[in-house]
Ligand binder design. Sequence first.
Ligand SMILES: *[C@@H]1O[C@H](CO)[C@@H](O)[C@H](O)[C@H]1NC(C)=O
Length: 307
Amino acid sequence: MGTRARRATHHRAHLRLRHRHLLLLLPLLLLLLLPPLSALLLRRANSLGRRCLPPAAGRRPLAGQRLSFSIVTLSDEGLSGRGVRGRSFRGVLAATARNKRAYAAAHGYGLAALPHGAVDPRRPPAWSKVLALRARLRRHHWLFWNDADTLVTNPDIALEEILFSVIGHSDFDASPDLILTEDINGVNAGLFFIRRSKWSERFLDTWWNHTSFVQFGSTKSGDNAALKHIVDHLSPEETQAHVRIAKMQCLFNSYPWVATWKSVHRLIFHPSTTWKGAYSDGDFMVHFAGLNDKRGWTSRILREMTH
Ligand SMILES: *[C@@H]1O[C@H](CO)[C@@H](O)[C@H](O)[C@H]1NC(C)=O
């Protein structure tokens, strides 16, 4: 072999090696780009064609009698700083309660903020939603429970529109009693509607009675697991008559999509669940479920809303 030929062979081998490097780099590059790109796209899900609330034509609010609604949430006093370690609720309650107060006032809804005294000290504070709702169930047609780490991000949307889009008619007496959303873990207890009825009273009593689910000392308090257990064990007939789960989680319970390994994994293996629930501009509500820096998230979203 001449010198030139040897050099050419050497060159080809070198190129092959470089190609192989590129082939290895490409998936790595994609893997690195996937999280920020996904965050960018999911945040724009609604402008990319996602529909959380059916288009305006179908958006008739519940007609006839004007129904009475109340948002029920935690008050901004007393509870501050009682959150689980690592999960800062300090400063979150005041900001989210202000946001709910403004929304309720604009639409003529009631707002009940659970006072410190209403929290049963024998259980993690999250359980007190059951008592708070039970105590107020007879005063309004519908109660809308809001965990403290939630914000109304599109105050133009009315609760009547949300309910109409799930129920499909505006006959209060023929309505189901419990309106939920579902995330990757099943039904979520952070935001839901409950109707004034005997069924709802019994349902809340049953929920409160699921004492074996009460959990201390972790980020989970057990109220959500108990709710999921009850809903999962209803007969199909009872579910059909009393429970509705919104088709789109983003109808009233969107979670910000944060680029962690867990969420990338979920995006790859459960793309449709991620798509239905990721917080995007225009969504009705955001819920900082599972996020640690709730205060940071609250002020970031509130800042974005005023711009
Ligand atoms: C809940 O528990 C209380 C006290 O044990 C009991 O009196 C009540 O009947 C229970 N209610 C339901 C709906 O399970």
